[in-house]
Design a protein around this ligand. Sequence first.
Ligand code: MN3
Length: 211
Amino acid sequence: MSEKYEFKLKPLPYSFSDLEPYIDSLTMKLHHDRHLKTYIDNLNSVISKHVEYKKWSLEKLIKDSNWLPQDVRSSIKNNAGGVYNHNFYFSNMAPGIKKSSDDEFIEKINHFFGNFDDFKSKFKTKALDVFGSGYAWLVANKDKELKIIQTINQNTPLELDLIPILCIDVWEHAYYLKNYNKRAEYIDNWFNVINWAKLRENYENIDKDEK
Ligand code: MN3
């Protein structure tokens, strides 16, 4: 990832309709072209007035936000978080990628959560329990131990020194058009469009990131 100013809205690696019938095209289009774009535009607009941060990567703007001047700190942190979280969310979905049970990464999930169904039910509960707007995440620590956490608003696991593996956006804009207020229905649908190949890659990359 590691992008810097000027941040760009990149096209999704699949089309807006590819996640149908689980996630509808209009939701995908508005989520990407309007919600994510707004975070990118806002972030670019603040950074353009603070040239000293033009060289900071997206991750650094989030992790080192305490060093930012107070008047722009929350604006930069929230918008950078919005860009990071949405990029992560969109890249962890794909149409028709099935998990294979002999996958080493799935074995890790089974190891840390008992079995796959337990993982699924724990993840769903965590996502349902996010009060208001936020995300549920599967994350790893530096020892590659997996756990499930929540973040509110546009906070990220980076600030907690955790490595993100998977996230679900449970802001209402992620599901309201199709599922109205039924977040549980959205979560069940979303489980069908997880890009397991990407998750495995995220997990395997932990060692590389360390170096
Ligand atoms: Mn969103």
